[in-house]
Design a protein around this ligand. Structure first.
Ligand code: NAD
Length: 520
């Protein structure tokens, strides 16, 4: 099969075949938009339907394959990803501008996820449970859910899909994936690695396309009952629509959505450590992580000192070519994200805010950055921004900005800090810097986020820890580690009566009368 170059018109991978069709979608390098990374076709509604039909047809056979054998294919996948680690990371860097070091870390997370779930294929434990009646046994089994449909965002084009598909496949589900339109080539190679790992025909299917077209068709097909389980990683707005469609079909979607992640810095904290943490979680990946810092909440006594250090550190930041390891961040993932970012600068920053790094914007398009080393004309690079004097009532306080910009707020006591950390309604990640165990205890207990770091940044995840959010960040589902198995299996409870007679629970159960009147 020809490698996809700029001529590829593949729009879907269905039942073991790449299919051509649809209008042409181009994937451009955001560090230099003259570099066309790849072109693909766009799948229509009928392709999504065919992909789901192929997954349905293959599901029984896949579920009947012993789970250690299924996990063996995941082991092959993990090893293939390992052998292709640098190449896959370079594709992701070229396609979405993620700094190469971070892209390598992301691919490592795919490998770690495979390593974790390979052994899970030999467990997938159920339980044996005593019955209340003689000669009767009870058991639980994890059964696959069926056909799993999934749509993902572009900022983690390899790790996030692996969080879904690795456990889903080990558990015996077949899959239909609509990846992000901004990471077409990375998604193509992810699929090819699955295929080369030995995933059978029909078990893993892919439809390529944009959100309002292919994505919208995917959502409509939830109502046709084509999927037994839906996973979605992306914005809260689209996640709501998916949740609604699943809800009316009596399904619980796995929704992994946006964040406005707080970091509280107390007066007793190690200030330099906290500055490092704020800097990386605010500007790493150009702020385009779901776990990026949204609201930095600093205690009044150290506020001026802290903000001064942060501004100095930020002014010295190098921005540019994502393959150059000295740059903190590269371009935004595509021009679409730049448009949204510029819109936020226009609409969310109010008169009472201070922006000590100057007006943000598109580097090379009316704004400059001293330590810049990229192609300003052809790249999509954003200038960093800090917004001070943010209040709870401000729109920017509760709006995910998903770019190199974050708010700074001042608090006097922990009541105020907790309100600032929670009131925006998101609940993905959170962090606190303090050396006071009482403060840590309170923060851990009262923060509404699904993930909490102590003396560490808001961003970053480990492949074996539960990942997920609450409130506007998701519906409480968790990915990664053993917890995600509850997304991809349904519990079956079985009882086996070998007594040869009808025994009724509660009614035929032996009950031993105590001598209740006994007293010492
Ligand atoms: P997005 O919601 O625009 O897109 C995500 C997916 O949905 C893509 O595949 C896209 O094609 C599709 N889509 C877009 N519009 C659609 C529509 N109208 N109908 C159907 N499908 C549609 O998200 P994005 O801007 O690409 O990604 C950034 C968002 O993702 C941020 O909010 C970020 O916080 C979130 N995110 C969350 C996590 C997490 O695990 N919680 C991880 C990564 C990203």
């Amino acid at each position: 099969m020809a490698k996809p170059g700029i001529e590829s018109q593949y729009c879907a991978y269905i039942n073991g075949e790449w299919i051509k069709g649809g209008r042409t979608l181009s994937s451009l390098n955001p560090a230099d938009r003259r570099d066309v990374v790849a072109t693909f076709g766009e799948a229509g509604k009928e392709h999504v339907r065919q992909a789901a039909a192929a997954a349905r047809k293959a599901q029984k056979g896949w579920a009947a394959t012993p789970s250690p054998v299924r996990a063996g294919i995941i082991q092959n996948f993990g090893r293939l990803v390992e052998f292709n680690k640098e190449a896959l990371a370079r594709v992701a860097t070229r396609e979405i501008g993620k700094p190469l070091m971070e892209a390598l870390g992301e691919v490592q997370e795919v490998i770690d996820t495979c390593n974790f779930f390979v052994s899970e294929g030999r467990r997938l434990y159920g339980q044996t449970i005593p019955s209340e009646m003689p000669n009767k046994e009870c058991y639980t089994y994890r059964r696959p859910i069926g056909v799993f449909g999934c749509m993902t965002a572009c900022n983690f084009p390899a790790a996030v899909p692996s969080w879904y598909f690795v456990p889903a496949l080990v558990a015996g589900n077949t899959c239909v994936w609509k990846p992000s339109e901004d990471a077409l080539l990375t998604s193509y190679y992810f699929t090819e690695l699955m295929v080369k790992a030995g995933v059978p025909r029909g078990v893993f299917n892919v439809v390529l396309g944009e959100g309002p077209t292919t994505g919208a068709a995917f959502v409509e097909l939830i109502d046709e009952g084509l999927f037994d389980k839906v996973g979605f990683t992306g914005s809260t707005a689209v996640g709501r629509r998916i949740g609604e469609a699943c809800g009316r079909n009596l399904q619980v979607a796995c929704l992994e959505l946006g964040g406005k992640n707080p970091m509280v810095v107390c007066e007793d904290a190690n200030i330099d450590l906290a500055v490092d943490g704020a800097f990386f979680s605010g500007f790493g990946t150009a702020g385009q992580r779901c776990t990026s810092l949204g609201n930095l909440i600093v205690q009044d006594k150290i506020y001026d000192q802290f903000v001064d250090k942060l501004i100095k550190r930020t002014k010295a930041m190098r921005i540019g070519e994502p393959t150059d390891g000295t740059n903190t961040y590269g371009p935004l993932m595509s021009e679409r994200f730049m448009k949204t970012h510029l819109g936020h600068l226009e609409s969310l920053i109010e008169k009472h805010h201070e922006t000590p790094l100057g007006k943000g914007g598109w580097i090379g398009h009316g704004v400059a950055w001293e330590n810049f080393s990229g192609n300003a004309e052809e790249g999509v690079y954003a200038r960093p921004n800090l917004v001070l004097n943010v209040q709870l009532k401000d729109r920017i306080y509760a709006t995910e900005t998903f770019g190199p910009i974050f708010n700074v707020m001042k608090f006097q006591n922990m009541d105020e800090a907790m309100a600032m950390a929670n009131d925006h309604g998101y609940g993905l990640s959170s962090a606190i810097y303090t050396n006071n165990p009482q403060t840590v205890y309170r923060f851990k207990n009262e923060i509404t986020a699904g993930m909490t770091s102590i003396n560490n940044t808001t961003s970053g995840a480990e492949a074996h820890l539960p990942f997920g959010g609450n409130g506007k960040s998701g519906n409480g589902g968790r990915q990664s580690g053993i917890w995600v198995l509850d997304q991809f299996t349904k519990w079956q409870s079985v009882n086996w009566d070998m007594s040869g007679k009808l025994q009724l629970a509660q009614m035929d159960t032996a009950y031993i009368e105590p001598e209740m009147a006994y007293r010492i």
